[in-house]
Design a binder for this molecule. Sequence first.
Ligand code: TMP
Length: 204
Amino acid sequence: MLITLEGIDGSGKTTVASALARSLQDINPVLTREPGTNWVGDQVRRAIAEEIDPVAEALLFAADHAVHLATVIRPALDAGHLVISDRYTDSRYAYQSVTLKGRLQDPLAWLQALHAGWTVPPDLTILFVLPVEEAMARKGEGRREHFEQEQTLSQVQQQYLAFAEAEPFRFVIVDSRLPLSAITLLVEGVIRDFSKVQRSRHRR
Ligand code: TMP
């Protein structure tokens, strides 16, 4: 079973992912992330820092996803693990459909076609939502990635919310303004309930 954590920069999903690693220890999930921790992921981070051409950047993110699937996601799913990924395909669909606006006629359709036939769709996606100004304030005044602009993040969040509206059975929306302990409990409960339902469905 594949569960993904999504949301704009500053939405707190990475902090929740670390808390879940502890609270879900008994079911031994595989916790992973995109961009990945291999050399392709390193190149993605370099591409973000150097603000390369947005098409090239999107292709690098997709390459990182392919490596992530081959080396982490598929082997873990095949071994029967619960897999939780901090960012996944929806990050591309949300962020790159904004960065490619004006460059391609229909960025989302292009991105979906790019993934068609080889990606593994998530079973459940937890979407962390908060006002963009708050997300920006959490990020502080330090050096910002080119995505971390109010207008970009606001459009990215709108994309995410549109995906959730289009697929209400896949998405659970979490208010990131809640205290971390409450969010962790809530997400942990959702994951445990969901995996129970999935297991009983498979048994039938
Ligand atoms: P991170 O902050 O979660 O490590 O992600 C790095 C940045 O890359 C973040 O601003 C979101 C962005 N991103 C994309 O634009 N597309 C993607 O497919 C992924 C995985 C991340």
